[in-house]
Design a protein. Structure first.
Length: 265
């Protein structure tokens, strides 16, 4: 199969867009975000966009002036302006603000590490994290992506999808990413768990992404026809976790989920 980077037309990425410069600028930031090192050269980015170095250089200069990227020698990285924009986006999400307010006063969750995430294809993106348990800080940061099969919140969100959508995303023989000996390995294993999640109303992750850590999660009822697909999770240390503690966590997660999904009560 040909590499998509070498199969583009000579006009490059964005040639069919009503605003090619915007499309290319977005592609630059996406390339930097997904780069293994977070750094790419002018040549790397020109190859990624499929346009001449001169055009790429002008684009990078404009992004640098806007503080959306930084130049470090011959390489480029994402700029701090993106942090400001991301923070502004999150500050205007009512769900995130309510998330923090609830966690601060909840009897059980106030002492735990709690996160809110959004479904993004076969991944989740973490939007916010409440730090009530300093011992559990090895979990994902805000903005991180995680394959749905490796996390309780991902499985809780996928369990809401139609069976035919799940089947197209995860055929029985699909190989899933593995992080620990307990990680799910095939689409068939994931779908078996989804049946349990639907029956019990919450998802449980038992050391599947991090050894020594368990996680419980629920989905948030969708607000409106086009509302974001959100989920809530709480993380605990396996050594101190108990089913009784888990029941209290799930109870409060479901209360918070109802509040976020139906703010009028």
């Amino acid at each position: 199969m040909a590499d998509s980077r070498t199969s583009r037309t000579s006009e490059g990425l964005g040639s069919a867009s009503p605003a090619p410069a915007v499309t290319r600028a977005a592609a630059v930031m996406e390339a930097l975000a997904t780069s293994a090192t977070g750094r790419l050269t002018l040549s790397d980015l020109a190859r990624e966009l499929g346009i001449p170095k001169s055009s790429t250089s002008n684009l990078l200069l404009a992004l640098e002036e806007a503080r959306l990227i930084n130049r470090q020698g011959a390489e480029f990285t994402l700029g701090r302006k993106l942090v400001e924009l991301g923070a502004a986006y999150l500050s205007r999400l009512d769900e995130v603000q309510e998330f923090y307010r609830y966690c601060e006063q909840a009897p059980t969750l106030s002492g735990e590490t709690v996160r809110i995430a959004m479904l993004d294809g076969t991944n989740v993106i973490y939007l916010a994290r409440y730090e009530g348990h300093p011992a559990v800080r090895l979990t994902s940061n805000i903005g991180d992506k995680m394959p749905v099969s490796l996390c309780a919140v991902g499985k809780a969100l996928v369990a809401r999808l139609h069976d035919h959508d799940i089947e197209s995303m995860f055929p029985d023989d699909a190989a899933l990413p593995v992080l620990t000996p307990k990680s799910l390995r095939t689409g068939a294993e994931l779908k078996f768990q989804l049946n349990t999640i639907r029956a019990q109303g919450y998802a449980f992750e038992d050391e599947e992404s991090t050894t020594g850590v368990v996680c419980l999660a629920v989905s948030v009822p969708t607000r409106g026809a086009h509302g974001p697909s959100l989920g809530l999770s709480v993380t605990a240390l396996k050594a101190t976790y108990s089913p009784e503690q888990g029941s209290l966590m799930v109870k409060e997660l479901k209360e918070l989920a109802r509040s976020l999904g139906n703010p009028m009560g």
